[in-house]
Design a protein around this ligand. Structure first.
Ligand code: ADP
Length: 609
């Protein structure tokens, strides 16, 4: 057997394997993959025809027409392959397909290929049985191929930015190796290697850009990146929305609270004001819920552990639940194990938030009967396991809905009951927070009879010197809380770009009898200090146009002998913000809407005589 046949045969085998590997894999169906499929099929046929060409030279003398047809088909395959390749480059460079252009291109190629068969071809025999073809048909085909490659290069030059990527590597290979092959063919016209070059290019393509596995991973990664970006955009939107909602809420809550303390307001009007406050509180709960969910999704939710008074939290929860029950015919039972230590170490605010969620739900979904809140405990070493249960005789939850319970925005069986307020966020947040604290949440419920939610959370017990210090602080705090804060003679400067917020702060501060001055920008605040004005406290809004509160603080600290306490006033209420502002150099932190107790604390700390 002629040993010269081994190389073309192995190329055919390789091409066949490539076809098998490519078509047996699951692919993402795009125009590019479609065109690539054609590239490998045409290459396979070109390799077979190339093999036939060596046989064609042997039968040339007897069957010149058949032999010429085989040579012309070889040229046709060459044009077809390069035209498909040019098409492929077009898809890589232009995202949209121009159907009209596509059709015109198809007809030009078809017409161009048919012409090959009408032009003369001649075989020049090189001694023995090998030879090479010449004649108009051959020159025409090479020029046609040259024009197509030129079109590809032109398209690339017009889109150079896009073309400098890994995707175009095969084209550069084709240009380099195609040129080498052409030069080789000039010197040795009998050498037919163009199909091998094509074979090499398609296999490079397979291993770099057209491997279905790699493509799928690439597409999945792109989809994942897009999803992450969309999620981030959503979280940013939610947190900026909740910031925007907090600002007007500050005005609503602030003015309402000050009206409640105004003796000139009639008792009847005060009832309305209380309703306004209650509605604003629910709105604030909602905003906080949205903020929490956006933080959970952005993985920004943090558990901040400190020492806290468990009994204080229990009492607050009881008071809040009683207020929520109002006139509802509900018996509220509550109890806790006396063995639970007073001071625990953990995220007290979050513990309170998750229990309040359960209690609020029980009150919300129970028309009559009872709601029972119990805290039991198991103590081991310095850890107390709090077993918190909230039971009710309410509407209950269907068995099939229990699994969906902790999914956000999922509201069960309340479709028709439009009067029950809710977003379906509470339990999703509760579960996440409890899990972040290392605890568990479980539900038992009988539809129509009631539900029992149980949380178990481990908290450290505060003991020794630390406990002594806390008990001592508590004693002095109790005494201090009895004192009426009189800050007369003290000067407070409030800086906020929002006029309404300035008026709210003014109203709330009035109760402390201090002198209040308001300015609406950071630069005005700096001018006052530079001009020698002295204050006992500065309340500084952070989000202001031109110069933010944080930038203002930096400038203030550059002023010689500046030592006035500065408290940031912000609607940026994300967890961890307090710590961030304190680390920036602010002395204290007040979130909007201003909570009266918090303002009391700040005033006491900085303005007490
Ligand atoms: P929301 O109460 O704002 O709708 P939650 O996440 O707190 O959202 O609760 C999700 C759903 O679980 C509620 O819509 C309600 O159908 C159901 N659910 C929660 N707690 C109870 C309960 N104590 N009794 C009956 N159904 C409840």
């Amino acid at each position: 057997m002629n040993t010269g046949i081994y190389f073309p045969l192995s190329a055919i085998l390789f091409s066949l394997l490539l076809i098998f590997a490519y078509f047996s894999k699951e692919k993402i169906d795009t125009e590019e993959t479609h065109v690539y499929g054609w590239l490998i099929i045409v290459n396979f046929f070109a390799l077979i025809i190339e093999l036939l060409c060596s046989w064609a030279s042997t039968i040339y003398a007897t069957y010149p027409f058949l032999s010429n047809c085989i040579y012309k088909t070889y040229l046709a395959c060459l044009i077809l392959w390069i035209s498909i390749f040019t098409h492929y480059i077009y898809y890589l460079l232009y995202d949209s397909t121009n159907i009209k252009l596509h059709m015109i291109y198809k007809y030009i190629i078809l017409f161009g290929i048919i012409i090959i068969y009408f032009l003369p071809i001649e075989l020049v025999l090189l001694g023995g049985k090998t030879g090479y073809t010449t004649g108009l048909s051959v020159y025409y085909s090479y020029y046609f191929a040259g024009v197509l490659i030129f079109v590809s290069i032109l398209m690339i030059l017009m889109n150079l930015k896009r073309a400098l990527t890994k995707k175009f590597l095969p084209l550069y290979f084709l240009i380099v190796f195609g040129s080498i092959a052409t030069i080789l063919q000039i010197f040795s016209p009998g050498l037919l290697i163009l199909s091998y070059i094509e074979c090499f290019v398609v296999s490079v393509m397979y291993h770099t850009i057209e491997n279905p596995d790699v493509k799928t991973i690439e597409q999945l990664n792109q989809a994942k990146d897009a999803a992450v970006k969309a999620n981030q955009a959503k979280s940013d939107f939610l947190s900026s929305m909740s910031h925007e909602i907090r600002t007007p809420l500050n005005a609503i809550c602030g003015f309402s609270n000050s009206l409640l303390e105004n003796d000139g307001v009639s008792e009847e009007a005060k009832v309305d004001v209380k309703n306004i406050i209650m509605a604003s509180d629910s709105l604030l709960d909602l905003v906080n819920g949205i903020l929490d969910i956006s933080k959970i999704e952005a993985n920004k939710l943090e558990i901040i552990e400190t020492n806290y008074n468990f009994y204080k939290i229990f009492d607050e929860l009881v008071l809040l639940t009683k207020a929520r029950i109002g006139d509802k015919p509900l018996e509220f039972k509550y109890s806790y194990d006396e063995s639970i230590p007073k001071y625990l170490y953990g995220d007290g605010m979050r513990v309170k938030q998750v229990i309040l969620n359960l209690l609020t739900n029980s009150v919300k979904y129970t028309k009559e009967g009872f709601v029972e809140f119990r805290v039991r405990s198991v103590i081991k070493d310095n850890i107390v396991r709090l077993i918190i249960s909230v039971e009710d005789s309410g509407i209950g939850i269907k068995q099939e809905n229990i699994e969906k319970l902790f999914t956000k925005f999922e509201r069960l069986g309340v479709e028709k009951e439009t009067t029950t307020e809710g977003t379906g966020l509470g339990l999703a947040i509760t579960k996440k927070l409890v899990e972040m604290m290392g605890g568990k949440v479980s539900v038992q419920s009988i539809y129509g009879q009631g539900s029992l939610f149980t949380l178990s959370i481990d908290q450290k017990i505060v003991s020794g010197n630390e406990l002594e210090k806390l008990l001592k602080d508590e004693a002095t705090e109790v005494k201090a809380s009895d004192e009426v804060v009189d800050a007369s003679g003290k000067r407070v400067l409030v800086v906020d770009d929002n006029q309404l917020n300035l008026r709210v702060a003014e109203r709330l501060l009035k109760a402390y009898k201090c002198d209040i001055e308001c300015v609406s920008s950071g630069s005005e605040c700096i001018t006052k200090i530079v001009n020698g004005e002295n204050y006992d406290l500065i309340l500084l809004d952070d989000m202001m146009p031109k110069m933010s509160g944080s930038e203002t603080l930096i400038k203030l600290k550059e002023i010689d002998n500046f030592n006035i306490p500065v408290c940031v006033l912000t609607a940026n209420a994300i967890t961890g913000m307090r710590e961030e502002y304190l680390s920036k150099g602010f002395n204290d932190y007040l979130s909007k809407p201003i909570v009266k107790e918090e303002l009391n604390r700040v005033i006491k700390k900085y303005l007490k005589k």
